[in-house]
Design a protein around this ligand. Structure first.
Ligand SMILES: Nc1ncnc2c1ncn2[C@@H]1O[C@H](COP(=O)(O)OP(=O)(O)O)[C@@H](O)[C@H]1O
Ligand SMILES: C[C@@](O)(CCOP(=O)(O)OP(=O)(O)O)CC(=O)O
Length: 461
């Protein structure tokens, strides 16, 4: 008899790093990261087995995409290596397609659970459901029956790797929700709960480790932090923390992972700082994300910016320090506006302007298109739409997206939409680099990971 509930659903938000791109890679600086209301939901169901039948299988599906089923058998390894996964073929004729993020999250979370209660790992079926805004929808996406809108979880009709992402942090939200859902599903509430700080910290550490292993590099981790804690001021953990454990299934991995996740190694203590009270979007303002129809490669940009920084330490330090000051001012002004219930946004506008000038200096000096001229024009023009306070290139910048702060009124959004529609005609005739710009249906959200009502997901699993 399974002791855990038979079905668990957990969701995590996507992210937008409003300010602190590149700076946040260094612990001396911070990033202002917003959770957004596009979430990735993970549903876990027990797979019932007949008495006497032993099955050690986990099936993971992402039904919005073609060929998105990953089946694994699991077994406890010797020499404390934790849980070893073997990916299975759904049919003998099928090729195995790996999903590195699912694989890492599953291997790490099952190993952690096995250090607490190995017997509780029972066969399960896991369904991943992503809010539609994570991916650019094809124009012919089928509508929900009897409605003119696409369903809550659209069928994209293509394999995952052929679908364009909108840059909201799908892998971090996925790894976090996936890890949380399995922790909640397998562990008794006395051992793990998302409603206390200790549970959130275990989830954060485990999800950072799995995400970093899947990515094959240590980023700042702001995306995983947002997926766990929602909007916050973020100071990264020391990278060395994630560089001292072995590979999954290697001897001693289970103990190393438990020590890492529970933060019991005095030599490598987690030093992440999450300050939720430093971040707010006051009533009367909202965040708008616009997807720009061309992309940039974050890892290449990071390498080049950091190389310029090490070669030009003094100049870079001046820009980094000044930008950090403006970023702190921006966070403080948002908090002040909320506290004073003030609707005079001129100081906020000014701070955004000053921060952008430094981002352009960083961009020009490092020769990396963080805020390239075409994005400068787009941001300037959007900032002139009545009710738009200002905007930035979020995260690493480039041609991926812009993030705007606007007055939260329907006419401001429709004015912006009209401007962007007209501008599309302009841009194609004048041959500018920035193509079609779409307003995404997302806004900021303060809350991070959360348990969802299972009854809402019946039709999707
Ligand atoms: N809906 C989904 N179902 C399964 N895996 C997903 C889903 N969305 C994202 N992923 C995983 O995340 C990867 C994309 O991660 P990445 O390229 O880092 O994009 P992002 O910037 O959105 O995190 C995919 O290759 C896949 O492994
Ligand atoms: C440069 C960065 O500081 C911010 C990058 O933020 P993005 O939101 O651009 O990230 P991707 O989703 O990976 O494209 C790198 C980091 O902090 O890891």
């Amino acid at each position: 008899m399974a002791l855990s509930p038979t079905r668990t659903v957990v969701s995590s938000p996507g992210k937008v790093l409003l300010c602190g791109g590149f700076l946040v890679l260094d612990r001396a600086y911070t990033g202002l990261t917003f959770g957004i209301d596009a979430r990735i939901h993970v549903v876990v169901n027990d797979i019932p087995t007949a008495p006497g039948v032993t099955l050690s299988e986990i099936i993971v599906k992402s039904p919005q995409f073609r060929d998105a089923v990953w089946e694994y058998s699991y077994r406890q390894t010797e020499e404390d290596g934790g849980i070893h996964l073997t990916q299975l073929r759904a049919a003998a004729s099928q090729r195995i397609s790996r999903n590195l993020f699912v694989e890492a999250a599953l291997g790490y979370v099952l190993t952690y659970v096995s250090t607490i209660q190995p017997a509780r790992i029972q066969p399960a079926s896991v369904t991943i459901l992503a809010d539609n805004d994570y991916y650019s929808a094809p124009s012919d996406i089928p509508c929900a029956a009897g409605s003119s809108n696409p369903p809550k979880f659209a069928d994209f009709g293509t394999p995952l790797n052929k679908t364009n992402k909108t840059g909201l942090g799908s892998s971090a939200a996925l790894v976090t929700a996936f890890t949380a859902a399995l922790l909640v599903h397998y562990l008794p509430i006395e051992e793990f709960s998302l409603s206390n700080d200790q549970g959130k910290s275990i989830l954060h550490n485990l999800a950072q480790a799995a995400h970093c292993a899947a990515q094959g590099k240590v980023g700042s981790g702001f995306d995983v932090a947002s997926a766990v804690y929602g909007s916050c001021l973020y100071r990264r953990f020391s990278p060395s923390i994630l560089q001292h454990h072995g590979e999954p299934a290697s001897p001693g991995f289970a103990k190393q992972l438990k020590t890492l996740v529970e933060d019991t190694d005095p030599k490598y203590k987690w030093d992440t700082e999450i300050i939720k009270s430093a971040v707010t979007v006051p009533k009367g303002i909202r965040l708008v994300m616009c997807d720009v129809d061309c992309g940039s490669e974050t890892p290449g940009m990071v390498k080049k910016v950091l190389a310029w920084r090490s070669a030009n330490y003094e100049d870079a330090e001046r820009i980094w320090k000044q930008l950090q000051k403006h970023n702190e001012e921006l966070a403080a002004e948002l908090v002040r506006l909320g506290q004073d219930q003030d609707d005079n946004y001129s100081a906020l506008r000014e701070i955004i302007f000053k921060a952008r000038a430094l981002i352009r200096e960083m961009s020009q000096k490092s020769d990396v298109p963080i805020e390239p001229p075409a994005q400068t024009k787009l941001l300037d023009d959007c900032s002139n739409v009545p009710g738009v306070i200002g905007g930035v290139v979020p995260g690493a910048g480039g041609f991926d997206a812009i993030a705007l702060l606007i007055e939260d009124r329907a006419e401001v959004l429709s004015g912006l939409r009209d401007y962007l529609q007209d501008r599309q005609a302009d841009s194609s005739s004048s041959g500018q680099q920035v193509g079609k710009v779409n307003i995404l249906g997302v806004r900021e959200e303060m809350e991070g990971v959360r348990i969802e009502d299972v009854s809402m997901y019946a039709q999707w699993t």
